[in-house]
Design a protein around this ligand. Structure first.
Ligand SMILES: NC(=O)c1ccc[n+]([C@@H]2O[C@H](COP(=O)([O-])OP(=O)(O)OC[C@H]3O[C@@H](n4cnc5c(N)ncnc54)[C@H](OP(=O)(O)O)[C@@H]3O)[C@@H](O)[C@H]2O)c1
Length: 163
């Protein structure tokens, strides 16, 4: 599996049920990366989408112990159930899209990550590990710096170090 996230330098990823910043280029990047693929999310992230609806043109899998079954997404009740559902299809075409609980819980199963690294400080209540600070992850590439709505950011690619 593969992580996709937008993160400030201190690890922040969300505040009050929403994202830290509105970055149209990041949204476009997210859409292009994930369309046609499988996205895995927590119940709170699903509820943060417009109308609480799953993302179109993607296979949506939601981790939740409370959500009822639905025709528009698949629900799994545990990480074990998720891994069973994915079976052998657990490679780079499966994107872990948040939020904080799910990134942290699924990090051990992920081999790569694309992180939108946002400059500046934000009020936040949700965090995920900073991959640059982990011994078993390495930076592979970084885009040029971009700026939108007064906010600077880059796209950084990380990979779990080979044993
Ligand atoms: N910056 C980014 O890239 C990014 C991306 C996505 C989300 N976010 C932000 O992150 C925040 C939401 O993150 P969050 O940490 O509060 O919530 P979350 O990870 O989206 O969802 C948490 C929920 O997932 C379910 N869950 C967690 N672990 C589970 C397990 N092992 N088995 C079954 N279900 C499990 C539980 O649902 P039940 O209570 O139903 O059991 C739990 O309440 C929002 O602010 C959102 O905007 C940011």
């Amino acid at each position: 599996m593969r992580i996709i996230a937008a993160q400030a330098k201190n690890g922040a990823i969300g505040n009050k049920g929403g994202l830290l910043a509105s970055l149209p280029t990041d949204m476009k990047h997210f859409r292009e990366e994930t369309t046609g693929r499988t996205v895995v999310m927590g119940r709170a992230t699903l509820e943060s989408f417009p109308g609480g609806r799953p993302l179109p043109k993607r296979r949506n899998i939601v981790l939740s112990t409370t959500l009822p079954e639905s025709d528009s997404y698949e629900v799994v009740r545990s990480v074990e159930e998720l891994l069973e559902l994915l079976g052998a299809d657990n490679g780079d075409d499966v994107y872990v899209i948040g939020g904080g609980q799910i990134y942290s819980r699924l990090l051990p199963y992920c081999g790569s990550a694309t992180i939108t690294e946002i400059e500046g400080e934000f009020e936040a209540d949700t965090y995920m590990p900073v991959l640059a600070e982990l011994d078993d992850w390495e930076l592979i590439s970084r885009s040029e710096r971009m700026e939108e709505n007064g906010c600077g950011f880059t796209f950084a690619e990380y990979r779990r170090k080979q044993a």
